[in-house]
Design a protein around this ligand. Structure first.
Ligand code: 3EB
Length: 333
């Protein structure tokens, strides 16, 4: 039973007022923390587990928001080639922050970042990548050859290839990729000793098979992942097949996004996911335009009443997408 619990990640969300209490309550069992905030969050002297600042404005009264990934059993922490990680025998959570000295090199940075991540996974004995968080500035800006998100995809794809990581069904992690205004490339990752169950969406082209018009190398992610009874849904947007639907219309994009979310959740249920109570559901909603929050929030909170929903201002990775939603759902909150 302990083994099953240790293989199940748990997410605890905290406002700045709650954060110190969470650090105390879960001391020694924290796998990692993402601190979302436009301004620098609390500096945690002596904190050993991965702790990253994700430079995105939080669209709420509290301008800062903490996602704390916790383990049911104590963790051990480590650092290697610029990465920080914490593991519990079943799961490993890591983070990597890379300054971008030369703005035209996002492709090389992505490749270096993913190579470093795979290197840590191979050396620590947690080979299975379950979930990736990618944040970097100016995602829709132009790089040296094309849009920076597309260059990022080339570097990420190449790292899979050069590190002997096949890209195929059941083999790629859940993920999100969002643009910040400034700051470094920030990547967080969750990995395991054993594979999770990869989920796809029958209504969407598998991302790693997107046609070339979306970039010379496809993004390497699955639509979701089941890990020890919890569901991690990748960033989900208004894409049907491989096409963006309803450019410019945030509410119609939202409906399309919610339909995609429903379908991934239904695939998860077919795969054995049993989450029922919205009390165990956390949704991160990324909006390109902060002012869309008011119209978007009513619809989300009707459909997922009781869920924990947070809104961020972020650039979504296709310039015609206005909204993206990711989800984490625990069966036993
Ligand atoms: C999409 O469905 C929207 O590049 O890692 C969602 C989740 C998206 C992850 C990624 C991109 C990524 O294509 C964008």
């Amino acid at each position: 039973m302990d083994d099953v619990a240790a293989a199940t990640p748990r997410l605890v969300c905290a406002s700045p007022a709650q954060f110190q209490g969470v650090l105390i309550e879960f001391a020694g069992r924290i796998l990692g923390v993402l601190a979302y905030s436009a301004a620098a969050p609390a500096d945690l002297a002596g904190f050993e587990a991965p702790y990253v600042w994700v430079r995105l404005p939080v669209l709420a009264e509290d301008a800062c928001w903490y996602e704390v990934w916790v383990s049911s059993v104590p963790v051990t922490t480590g650092k290697k080639s610029g990465l920080s990680f914490a593991s519990n025998g079943k799961l490993l959570f890591g983070s990597l922050v890379m300054d971008e000295a030369d703005r035209s090199r996002i492709e090389q940075m992505a490749q270096a970042a993913y190579t470093a991540i795979f290197d840590v996974l191979d050396h620590t004995g947690y080979p299975e990548l379950l979930r990736l968080w990618n944040y970097f500035p100016d995602i829709n800006g132009s790089g040296c050859k094309m849009e920076r998100y597309r260059e990022f995809n080339v570097g990420r794809h190449n790292a899979f290839g050069s590190e002997g990581r096949p890209i195929g069904d059941g083999l790629v992690p859940a993920a999100c990729a969002l643009g910040t205004r400034q700051g470094p490339l920030v990547a967080c990752f969750l990995a395991g000793r054993v594979r999770g169950v990869c989920l796809e969406n029958p209504r969407q082209t598998t991302a790693y098979r997107y046609p070339e018009e979306y970039g010379p190398r496809s993004p390497t992610f699955s639509r979701g992942m089941l890990v020890g009874g919890v569901l991690l849904v990748s960033g989900t947007a208004s894409i049907v097949g491989s096409r963006t639907m309803h450019p410019g219309d945030v509410l119609r994009q939202l409906d399309e996004t919610l339909e995609n979310l429903r379908l991934v959740i239904s695939q998860a249920r077919s795969g054995g996911f049993s989450g029922a109570s919205a009390a165990g559901l956390c949704l991160n909603v990324y909006l390109r335009r902060a002012e869309d929050r008011t119209v978007v929030c009513g619809r989300i909170e009707t459909e997922y009443a009781g869920a924990h929903v947070v809104y961020f201002q972020a650039d979504v990775c296709r310039s015609d997408l206005l909204v993206e939603i990711e989800a984490f759902w625990m069966s036993h909150p």
